[in-house]
Design a protein. Structure first.
Length: 358
């Protein structure tokens, strides 16, 4: 198996060398069920921003569907209602819509389940990360919707990005050193309950909070060097508290310690848009080389590797058929070798079962 971990001493990726996906990675045999989730006749999935499973096997899907609308209040305008959160049981049967018509659901980007089975929703348009308890009650908000919204998102400001930026915010994409986001994309936690937000599309940073939602620090800004990002697409934390950041347009995953100090990078991954780390003693890292929305026939494979970057294998390709993938934005890997994969282009979740040799 090929070791693809590139340490800072190698330096090649920081010198502008184009990244090439792992075309020679061994193929992992697999099956996929593209019709695993069963919805009522009047319920449909749109673009799947996120999919996640809790400890009981219940499945949550955050999807770009419904009909966004604008509420007027004096001079203030609020867009809401553009995305929905659905719950299914472990067998894929529809259970309910969670938090129907909630204020912060506009443009679904991710849903994650923490170790206590709380449901965390990341919305890119409202710049909010929302925590719901297992019963569906809203218990914490990070970030906030802007005071006045004429379109779903604001453009990035010089010296920072959008709602998180400002003239004195430092380098472009760094955002202000605070808890306001610009198009966040993902959320993760360490064993102590600290919260890590990928603030991600407007800004290019990681924001760290304590378990009670108090802002601690952030790191990163727009760029291609060590500790810099060109779109933070996804984020995950391993059992030791190391933070893995999918740096999409730089074609790599950067690895940091719990305080944001750069440790290493994993390169040659194409466009890493979705990442997931398995639980347990021997953790694995899943990475999607997601095809761009404008070219569904390019790339699309998903890699499985060790946390040190050693390649285990790959499976899948871009396409429209079952066992093919259309812009994967979410991978749930709670059960190693049994995955849930959420697709934007194909408007679906596939249940994937790997059959590794040995």
């Amino acid at each position: 198996m090929k070791r693809i971990l590139t340490l800072l001493l190698a330096g090649a990726a920081f010198a502008g060398v184009p990244a090439i996906a792992q075309t020679n990675a061994p193929e992992i045999p697999y099956d996929a069920d593209a019709n695993f989730l069963k919805t009522p006749d009047n319920v449909y999935l749109g673009e799947v921003g996120g999919v996640a499973q809790n400890s009981k096997g219940d499945i949550y899907v955050y999807t770009r569907t419904g009909h966004p609308f604008v509420s007027l209040g004096g001079s203030r305008q609020f867009m809401h209602g553009g995305s929905q959160l659905y719950q299914f049981d472990r067998n894929g049967r529809f259970v309910r819509e969670v938090a129907k018509d909630v204020y912060g659901f506009v443009f679904a980007n991710q849903v994650r389940i923490d170790p206590q089975d709380n449901v965390w929703v990341v919305d890119q348009a409202t710049n909010m990360v929302m925590k719901f308890d297992p019963q569906g009650r809203q218990v914490m908000l990070l970030g906030r919707k802007a005071e006045s919204i004429n379109i779903p998102t604001r453009a990035a400001a010089e010296g920072g990005g959008g709602e998180g930026g400002g003239a004195n915010a430092g380098p472009p994409g760094a955002g202000r050193n605070q808890d306001v986001f610009s198009r966040p994309t993902d959320v993760a936690w360490d064993a102590q309950g600290n919260i890590f937000v990928a603030d991600g599309q407007g800004n290019a940073r990681v924001a760290k909070f304590d378990k009670d939602g108090k802002f601690i620090k952030s790191w990163g800004h727009k760029g291609s060097g060590q500790g810099e990002f060109d779109q933070v697409r996804s984020i995950a934390v391993d059992a030791q508290g190391n933070v893995y950041v999918a740096d999409g347009n730089n074609h790599r995953i950067q690895v940091f310690d719990n305080n944001g100090t750069f440790k290493s990078q994993i390169a040659n991954l194409g466009n890493p848009q979705a990442i997931c780390i398995t639980p347990g003693a021997n953790q694995s890292l899943y990475v999607s080389n997601s095809n761009p929305p404008g070219d569904i026939d390019t790339a699309g494979e998903i890699y499985k590797m060790k946390l040190d970057g050693t390649m285990i294998g790959k499976f899948g390709k871009a396409g429209r058929l079952p066992k093919e993938f259309g812009t994967v934005n979410a991978i749930d890997c709670r059960n190693d070798n049994n995955l849930l994969v959420g697709e934007i282009i194909n408007l679906r979740v596939q249940k994937v079962t790997l059959h590794p040799a040995g």
